[in-house]
Design a protein around this ligand. Sequence first.
Ligand code: GLV
Ligand code: GLV
Length: 334
Amino acid sequence: MLKNTFSMYKIFITRHIPDAGPKALKEKGYQVDIYQKDDVIARKELLKRVKGCDALLSLLTDKIDEEVLKAAGPKLKIIANYAVGFDNVDLAAAKKYGVTVTNTPAPEVSETVAEHAMALLFALAHRIVESDHLTRQGKYHGWNPNLLLGTDVTGKTLGVIGTGRIGMNLVRRLNEGFGIRTLYSDVKRNKELEKISNAKFVTLNELLMRSDFVSIHAPLLPSTHHLISTKQFRLMKKTAYLINTSRGSIVDSHALVQALKTKRIAGAALDVFEGEPAFALRRQDSTYLQHAWSVILTPHTASATIEARQAMSKLAADNIIAVLSGKPPLTPAK
Ligand code: GLV
Ligand code: GLV
């Protein structure tokens, strides 16, 4: 078979991802090298394999810094991060080396993550996980008017921190479907959100004081690190629930555990953790989170549907194809 003109381009993918992206890259005639072990690639291996590649398709579990850029060498043009978040990539270093960074905020992903946040919100309100556990353990001994009373979602107040596509999808669904009132905080007013919902722009403090459910959809930045800590938990209603599907370090986990232990808030659902995959927490804090019924935990699976992950894979590849064809990236990280 004749090699087409693009065959000189080398792409390194740091782990197996759904096939839409790798397929599109191979169809372009690119040389695609995929790390084969189903694990986070070891640092040494990453530094070795990235050498001489034109594009790197990285995952949120890979730390992409100046050392990686140096190891890749001068051919590297793009780091296509397979994630909506890109706090694992040193943007300043990439800029210094003239390397484009992209993320994967595909419409499918924003819907999927909003669905997951909703699922967690309803599971908290209706005490689904706890109820399932009790029933499975054979502890359901007959109908009881006071058994496992939860709270309604309909007509309650939702506080959304960060109103990108994911936050907006969540607001729209809960507003249309459940008549929820919404307060939001963000770096600036979101007119588009206000057009499609009844959402009101408020300060973070006001949001925390008035919301029944607080859901975080902000990126992790120096300015959002431990955005929710002891002082913020003190402002929340005692009946309020916190949902985090963004990045673990936006919430001060130790402060969260204290707030749960002292019943400062009613509960929390977490898809992301500080220092994951291990809880990089004090031992008592992780033990508490793993055993408290006021807590629901999912293992960073908010975007884990086949539809979302294929869309992320395809978008990462399309960004690579665009940049290697001398076109602007579709979704630059910024
Ligand atoms: C997942 O956390 C993502 O950023 O896509
Ligand atoms: C992207 O989908 C975002 O919510 O910022």
